[in-house]
Design a protein around this ligand. Structure first.
Ligand code: PLP
Length: 388
């Protein structure tokens, strides 16, 4: 056997120990709210933070602990905690590392519910929030104040797709003892080595590629650092962010195929994106692997793949009513949020209303390229173009 297995092989071969006399591949699903102790002494000696010391279903079962270990391994991290959604995982990071009087810096292209959460933290919890240009790079140093405690990054932004310079942001942050958290949902931990680039905390919405079924909501927060993990664990315990074992099992079941699905999404999305680039209806294809996308050269430097999510800007001659007609006219692409599942999706965004700094012309429409034959998806887009 080779000394070091490839990533795809480790997604399938892991250290699961089956119950005596029942060897099989799947991880068992362990349900529990109450966990029983042998005696009072064992109850008094409990330690909910130790992975082999089960105390209460909320803190984890063998099923959720197994999923946490596999997700940490995928990111090349050490610790992981699950949360009931990607948004809950973002909130977990905010509650773990911010208190009244602190400040958090957030990219202006951030996933919109994360922005809404930050604005709530600012309005009701006394936490300072400032937004920065996602392409700011090393310039973030000028924004860091004495009370700045956390910098969020998203690579790339999940609607307007700018790719940030993570190493430059991390260097500037660490020079001033500020933590950097990354929403790494877009590349699922497959196409970006976040910790190697300097990121301290990785958050993922497992709702996307890790689930792959458009049916599970879940998030994860992953670290390499014991002290950071301890703070995440405490916030997790205090917030009561438990995960159902059935949902954890669904994600465990999908993980062995995740890389293959991701690569299929990636290949199909690039085929559709290149086709769109040559169309007169489209003025820009905001796909990180294409030169139209701000930060394309950073993507080339830091990423090894792209997945299925990208956006386009329509030629400014088309009104919102026309591009809405285009989206309504698609047959294979369905209209709906989220991504990472087998079905292709399409969403028009009123991005001018989401970001005051947005200065591009043309309607923005986002595609999630699923696992259908890209030729059929192109034919679908082509027929919907005639409705413009
Ligand atoms: C980039 C990004 N982060 C986080 C989330 C939140 O995930 P969830 O839907 O599981 O709350 C999403 C969901 O669309 C997302 O696109």
């Amino acid at each position: 056997m080779p000394d070091r297995l490839s990533f795809q092989t480790t997604l399938i071969h892991n250290d699961y120990v089956a119950p005596e006399g029942f060897a099989a591949f799947p991880q068992a699903i362990h349900h529990a709210s109450t966990v029983l102790f042998d005696n009072v002494a064992a109850l008094r000696a409990r330690n909910w933070q130790q992975k082999d010391n089960y105390t209460y279903g909320l803190h984890g079962t063998p099923t959720t602990f197994t999923l946490e270990a596999r997700l940490a391994a995928i990111e090349d991290g050490k610790h992981c905690r699950l949360a009931p959604s990607g948004l809950a995982a973002i909130a977990l990071v905010d509650f773990a590392f911010l208190k009244s009087g602190d400040e958090v810096l957030i990219p202006d292209n951030v996933y919109n519910p994360s922005r809404d959460l930050a604005d709530w933290l600012s309005a009701d919890f006394g936490i300072g929030v400032r937004y920065y240009d996602p392409l700011i790079g090393a310039g973030i140093a000028d924004m860091i104040q004495a009370n700045t405690k956390l910098i969020w990054t998203e690579a790339p932004g999940s609607v307007s797709m700018e790719v940030p310079d993570l190493p430059a942001i991390c260097r500037a942050a660490h020079a001033k003892n500020v933590l950097v958290a990354l929403d790494n949902t877009w590349s699922a931990g497959i196409a970006l080595r976040a910790f190697d680039l300097g990121v301290d905390i990785v958050m993922q919405a497992l709702t996307k590629y890790q689930s792959g079924g458009s049916d599970v909501l879940m998030g994860a927060v992953i670290t390499r650092d014991d002290d950071l993990h301890r703070r995440i664990e405490l916030a997790h315990m205090r917030l009561g962010f438990g995960i159902g074992a059935d949902d954890a099992y669904l994600v465990l079941r999908s993980l062995p195929t995740m890389k293959l699905r991701f690569e299929a999404h990636d290949a199909a999305a690039r085929e559709v994106a290149h086709w769109l680039k040559a169309r007169p209806e489209i003025s820009a294809v905001l796909h990180p692997a294409l030169p139209d996308c701000p930060g394309h050269e950073i993507w080339q430097r830091d990423f090894t793949g792209a997945g299925g999510l990208f956006s386009v800007l329509f030629d400014p001659r088309y009104t919102e009513a026309q591009t809405d007609r285009f989206v309504d006219g698609l047959k294979l692409f369905k209209i709906g949020f989220s991504w990472g599942g087998a079905h292709s999706l399409c969403v028009p965004y009123r991005i001018q209303k989401m970001r005051s700094s947005w200065n591009h012309q043309g309607q923005l429409v986002r595609f999630n390229i699923g696992l259908e034959d890209p030729k059929d998806l192109i034919t679908d887009i082509e027929q919907a173009f005639t409705l413009l």
